[in-house]
Design a protein around this ligand. Sequence first.
Ligand SMILES: NC(=O)c1ccc[n+]([C@@H]2O[C@H](COP(=O)([O-])OP(=O)(O)OC[C@H]3O[C@@H](n4cnc5c(N)ncnc54)[C@H](O)[C@@H]3O)[C@@H](O)[C@H]2O)c1
Ligand SMILES: [Zn+2]
Length: 250
Amino acid sequence: MDAVPAAIAEALRRATDTGGHICVLTGAGMSAESGIPTFRGTHDSLWSRFDPMRLATAEAWREDPALVWGWYRWRMQLVRDAQPNAGHRALATLAQRVPLSLVTQNVDDLHERAGSLVDAHVHGSLFALRCFACGRAHAGSLDDYVGGMQRVEPMRCAACGDRIRPGVVWFGEALPDDAWSAATDAAMRCTLMLVVGTSGLVYPAAGLPALARRHGATVVEINPEPTALSAEVDHVWRATAAHGLPRFLG
Ligand SMILES: NC(=O)c1ccc[n+]([C@@H]2O[C@H](COP(=O)([O-])OP(=O)(O)OC[C@H]3O[C@@H](n4cnc5c(N)ncnc54)[C@H](O)[C@@H]3O)[C@@H](O)[C@H]2O)c1
Ligand SMILES: [Zn+2]
C-alpha cells in the first residue's frame, strides 16, 4: 500500500499542528468506488446512451419530465443500493481528529451515511424532493420504482399539482445560497484543501480551490487522473479516494 506522499503528509501536519482547518472538496470520483458512476467516466448502464448534460436541465424536464424522472429514479436507486466506501469513512474519522469542513458536489448521501456532517451540498441532494413550480418540499415518501430503463411519471405536488423534481442543481441553475456561502467560507478559512475526485470542469464549484489558494491555503488534489485543476494545485496525489484517504489516518 502506498503511503501518503511526504510533501502531502507534511502539509497535513503543518495545517493541523498550527491550529489550522481542513476543507475537503469532493466530486463524483469520491463515490465511484461505491459503484456510483461519475458523469465523465465510463458508464455500463443502459442509460449510457443518454447525455447527463442533456438530462440534467430544466429544459429537459419541461420537454420530457417522465424521461428525466426515470433517470433520476434510476440514480436514486443506485445510491440506495450503494454503500459508503473506505474514503467516505476515512473523512468521517478525520473530522473527529481535526477541524474539517466537508463541501461536496455530490448529490448522493454517502458522506452522511459514513457518519460525516456535510457543510455544503453545493449541487443539492437527490432525495430533497420539491415541486418544480412552487418549490414546496415534498413531504411524502418516494414513489415505488420498478427499475430498468423507462420513463416514470413524476409525483404531483400536494399544494399546486405541478410535478415533483429531484433536489439537485441542474445545469444553468443557480447554486443554493446557503450551501454556496458555507462552501466559500470554508474555502477562505482553511489552511489545507483536499480536492478529491472532481474533474474541475463545473463552475462555480471548480473555482473553490483557487479561492482557497488566494486566501493562503495549500491545495492538494487526490485523483487517479489529471484534471483541469491539476496545474493550479500545490500537490497532486494520483490515488483513488478509497485507497488514498484512509492513508491520512496513519
Ligand atoms: N455521486 C454523485 O452524487 C454524482 C455522480 C455523478 C455526477 N454527479 C454530479 O456531476 C457533476 C460532475 O462533476 P464532478 O467533477 O463531480 O465529476 P466528473 O464526473 O466530472 O469527474 C469525476 C472525477 O473523478 C475522478 N475519479 C474517478 N474515479 C475516482 C476514484 N475512485 N477516486 C477519486 N477520483 C476518481 C475522475 O478522474 C474525474 O476527474 C458534479 O457536480 C456532481 O454533482 C454526482
Ligand atoms: Zn407545487
